[in-house]
Ligand binder design. Structure first.
Ligand SMILES: [Zn+2]
Length: 145
């Protein structure tokens, strides 16, 4: 599976539409301010999203889309939308985004949480129709929006 690796990182400058994996493109993760640099997403996040997509598609016996509702946030945009000052959506010191918010049609936040945890996600923020996941795996974390 074509997840983000060192080679892929070098391709950031190629443009906002390059493929991060079989089913996800960089532009889906780009900051919604529309003005900052393309998102570089931690490879683990992409692996989890592919695993979640595969699982729900098998359960439903049909190809099921994951909608990314928030990927990268530059500091300015994060502040504008009231994000946490230490948000994992804001690129870390290596420039990598460590969190993503997503939804899947007809699934509740707690459905999404269950699927996410089943593929190894440990940090989950649960809203009514979407979830936040991030790369922290030292212990289970759960909070609600
Ligand atoms: Zn931005």
């Amino acid at each position: 599976m074509a997840v983000l690796n060192e080679k892929k990182k070098e391709k950031v400058s190629l443009g906002p539409d390059d493929k991060l994996s079989a089913h996800f493109r960089r532009k889906e993760f780009n900051c919604r301010c529309g003005r900052c640099s393309p998102a570089v997403v931690d490879g683990q996040i992409i692996k989890w999203l592919e695993a979640i997509r595969k699982k729900i598609s098998l359960q439903r016996a049909k190809d099921t889309k994951i909608t990314i509702t928030s990927g990268k946030r530059c500091k300015k945009h994060n502040k504008k939308i009231g994000g946490h000052s230490k948000s994992k959506h804001v690129p870390d010191e290596k420039g990598e985004v460590k969190a993503v918010d997503f939804k899947i049609a007809e699934l509740s936040g707690s459905d999404l949480e269950n699927i996410a945890r089943s593929v190894g996600v440990k940090a989950v923020g649960v809203a009514s129709t979407w979830v936040h996941i991030d790369t922290r795996v030292d212990r289970d974390r759960r909070w609600e929006y």
